[in-house]
Design a protein around this ligand. Sequence first.
Ligand SMILES: NC(=O)C1=CN([C@@H]2O[C@H](COP(=O)(O)OP(=O)(O)OC[C@H]3O[C@@H](n4cnc5c(N)ncnc54)[C@H](OP(=O)(O)O)[C@@H]3O)[C@@H](O)[C@H]2O)C=CC1
Ligand SMILES: O=C(O)C1=N[C@H](C(=O)O)C[C@H](O)C1
Length: 253
Amino acid sequence: MSEVAPDAIRVGVLGARGRMGTEVCKAVDAAPDMELVAMVEVGDWLFNMSDAGAEVVIDFTRPEVVMDNLHWCIDQGIHTVVGTTGFTPERIKRVEHWLSAKPGLGSIIAPNFGIGAVLMMRFAQAAAKHFESAEVVEFHHPNKVDAPSGTATRTAELIAAARKEAGLGASPDATTQALDGARGADVEGVKVHAVRSAGMIAHQEVILGGAGETLTLRHDSVDRASFMPGVLLATRAVRSKPGLTVGIDSLLD
Ligand SMILES: NC(=O)C1=CN([C@@H]2O[C@H](COP(=O)(O)OP(=O)(O)OC[C@H]3O[C@@H](n4cnc5c(N)ncnc54)[C@H](OP(=O)(O)O)[C@@H]3O)[C@@H](O)[C@H]2O)C=CC1
Ligand SMILES: O=C(O)C1=N[C@H](C(=O)O)C[C@H](O)C1
């Protein structure tokens, strides 16, 4: 355990024994300006967080439990940093509503804390208006519970918004599918494809096509350590960012 500064941020981790939670506990424990005060797993008492005086709770659990966790933390006046996926626009509105009753309280929800992944999304958004075709392909380990990934969904939403703003219609596509799913899922008019394979962690390609050229943006997380600088950045920022922040893009500049 690292030496703890007297004014260290008191951090609790939800989903502490999961693939991400384990890494997050290590990263928080090693950060000189943070103190890991609670590690909560499925079946544990959420009040362990408040009993331990957690100021910031980091959640890497599951889409089906994250809303209850978040609601409880907000109710208790605890800031939250959330990496768990499954945040639909309707869920985001509910979180904003809960936060509106707690002035000064912050929540940062990010589909991806990898700096490279955040930049990939930014580059995809910037490039989208210049190409008539755009598709997203995500690749993950086979134990991932959701598809498409939160990152792929967010990337497709950003591309769709940029295309709409530029007055672009749908990507050209004359295909009739012989089998359902052959052309992937549709996220606001942008096709998203999900690959699951042993040997992978988290990877994504954004393929943009125009007359006689393609641009492929690719990001690879080959180790979950890739998410830790972003998680720590958000944990340091959240206490002075009241309300809801979606993504860590705005924290990078
Ligand atoms: N934003 C980002 O940068 C990243 C986001 N993720 C997302 O994070 C989430 C977790 O991923 P990952 O770590 O791989 O998944 P894991 O299944 O390895 O971890 C989730 C952990 O949460 C536990 N858990 C389930 N319910 C609760 C609960 N109510 N309270 C406390 N703990 C609970 C699980 O226990 P049990 O197994 O017993 O159910 C498990 O230990 C996913 O949504 C994933 O997409 C992943 C990587 C990066
Ligand atoms: O489950 C994962 O592993 C990951 N989940 C996030 C997502 O769904 O986008 C982030 C990253 O892709 C890893």
